[in-house]
Design a protein around this ligand. Structure first.
Ligand code: DGL
Length: 262
């Protein structure tokens, strides 16, 4: 039986992971779920996040998914065990993958309030690289502004400056984009950061980790990816989602509206 990947997130953020996966593993069957009816996840309580993770992963499993990719750091930080219990197959997460990409001794992490409160990044990085200074910054305004669609708005620039300032004051050498929405802000963040600060996108390590499930990467790496093998679903606003997804995916996806509860 060939693998079917199930990726989920609260909204467009997980598409940053989907793209990295499709760039490395052309033609892999994927089901993507953006839970847009409940975005943002990262400003919710741990209890709510765990209930959401159970529902979403159960839906993916019933949709024929054989491997779950948690394309959402917030559920990865707070509900990985829930996902593992529901998945019926391998579960791939971002946080351990990100820790393996850290090489510097002073590292910043930008993430949702729920992820920062969980300390999952700090614990994971310190376990792999003892002695690393990990400076975490919660960014409650990022996801609602990103989902609003204007990635270079004055509001985003203003909050981005406030969020990166403490990391720069702490002289970080790299910054982990600890929420899958944040790679969409890379052009803006690059304008605000000195060139010496490396941005780390955990999705690249996740795509590599999937070699264990999918086999070696496609021979034509760098070739244009295609969405033909993907079913893309949301819990609200399919046409708005398709519009927001288009610049990142390079084509307008067909987006299906689904209901998680029967
Ligand atoms: N993109 C998700 C994450 O990586 C969820 C963000 C949110 O909905 O707050 O954390």
């Amino acid at each position: 039986m060939s693998a079917v990947l199930g990726l989920f997130d609260s909204g467009v953020g997980g598409l940053t992971v989907l793209r990295r996966v499709l760039e490395r593993h052309h033609g892999v069957q994927c089901v993507y779920l953006g839970d847009t009816a409940r975005v943002p996840y990262g400003n919710r309580t741990p209890e709510e996040i765990r209930v959401i993770a159970a529902e979403v992963v159960a839906w993916l499993r019933h949709s024929g998914v054989t491997t779950v990719v948690m394309a959402c750091n917030t559920t990865n930080a707070l509900a990985r065990d829930v996902a593992e219990a529901q998945a019926g197959g391998p579960v791939i997460g971002l946080i351990g993958a990100a820790a393996s990409m850290v090489k510097e001794t002073r590292v910043g992490v930008l993430a949702t309030p729920a992820t920062v409160q969980s300390s999952a990044y700090r614990v994971s990085i310190e376990a792999l690289r003892p002695g690393t200074d990990v400076i975490e910054q919660a960014c409650p305004a990022f996801v609602p502004l990103i989902e609003a669609g204007d990635l270079l708005s004055d509001d985003l620039r203003r909050v981005a400056m406030a969020y990166v300032e403490p990391l720069l004051e702490a002289s970080v050498e790299s910054i982990v984009l600890g929420c899958t929405h944040y790679p969409l802000l890379e052009p803006l963040l690059r304008q605000l950061l000195p060139p010496s600060v490396r941005l780390i996108d955990p999705a690249l390590a996740v795509a590599r980790q999937l070699d264990d499930v999918l086999g070696p990467p496609s021979s034509a790496l760098g070739q244009r990816m295609s969405l033909g093998c993907c079913r893309i679903c949301v819990t609200a606003d399919p046409s708005g989602f398709a519009a927001r997804a288009t610049p990142w995916l390079g084509e307008r996806p067909d987006v299906e509206l689904i209901h998680l509860q029967p």
